[in-house]
Design a protein around this ligand. Structure first.
Ligand code: CTP
Ligand code: CA
Length: 224
């Protein structure tokens, strides 16, 4: 009932949300990932849909139900997430990057299980930096010309406001949402700050769906 009565502030808009962690394979049965639950991203996808948008969520490995009416594309690695995101943002109006993308992946992926060789010496792993999905989309022609509004997320352990402002500038995006992590991972509530060119606005502690609805209204205000 509450969902049905949300104002349709994004009616006719196409919204793409990335959510959850990525999984970077090391061999066919092992890999590197993180504790992102995807809950915030899925809450935002739901809130955007309630607000009348046509919504796609590009999801890393998460254990969540797809919100009603939302199109879901499942991916594993950051590179797969980049490809699905570039395809989906080509005609989108809003891009919201909530995914906890692995910053690095193993430099090589073995096509067979890496076995102990009996020497007692552990293997040394080397890493390659993953593509920055948000920064890549933010540099696209569609974003640069104001047809695609990009929103970033940042979980910081300290000095939230300064780190969030710096990250917004570095990514070249109009709006960045900051929270103090990783304490919010998997929880059902959160508290956030919104950082834009005009400064910082606090959204006090609330459920993730309530914060998602507030964020959707803030995005709609900036995209009349
Ligand atoms: N992001 C992304 N692709 C990456 C890394 C991050 O799209 N390879 C997006 C996240 O979805 C988030 C924003 O960028 O919206 C900020 O992510 P964060 O990890 O806080 O920033 P980084 O630039 O990776 O910096 P660091 O982890 O060193 O703080
Ligand atoms: Ca990162």
């Amino acid at each position: 009932i509450v969902a049905f009565f949300q104002p349709k502030v994004l009616k006719g808009k196409r919204v793409l949300v990335t959510a959850g962690p990525t999984f970077e394979a090391l061999d066919p049965i092992r890999g590197i990932t993180n504790h992102s639950s995807g809950k915030m991203g899925f809450a935002i996808a739901r809130a955007a849909r309630e607000a009348g948008a046509d919504v796609t969520v590009v999801a890393g490995p998460v254990h969540l139900q797809t919100p009603r009416g939302v199109t879901r594309v499942d991916v594993k690695s950051a590179r797969q997430m980049l490809d699905a995101t570039l395809a989906g943002t080509a005609n989108a109006d809003v891009f919201i990057a909530t995914a906890a993308v692995a910053d690095w992946r193993p430099a090589t992926e073995s096509d067979q299980k890496i076995k102990k060789d009996g020497s007692g010496v552990a293997p040394t792993l080397s890493f390659t930096e993953n593509p920055d999905i948000l920064a890549t989309v933010a540099k696209s022609d569609r974003a640069k010309t104001g047809r695609l509004f990009c929103v970033g997320f940042a979980a910081e352990s300290h000095d939230l406001e300064n780190n969030a402002q710096a990250k917004r500038a570095r990514k070249g995006i109009p709006l960045l949402v900051g929270n103090i992590g990783p304490t919010t991972f998997g929880k059902d509530d959160n508290e956030m700050i919104l950082v834009d060119a005009n400064g910082v606005q606090a959204l006090p502690r609330a459920s993730k769906i309530s914060l998602a609805r507030q964020l959707v209204r803030e995005i709609a205000k900036r995209n009349p």
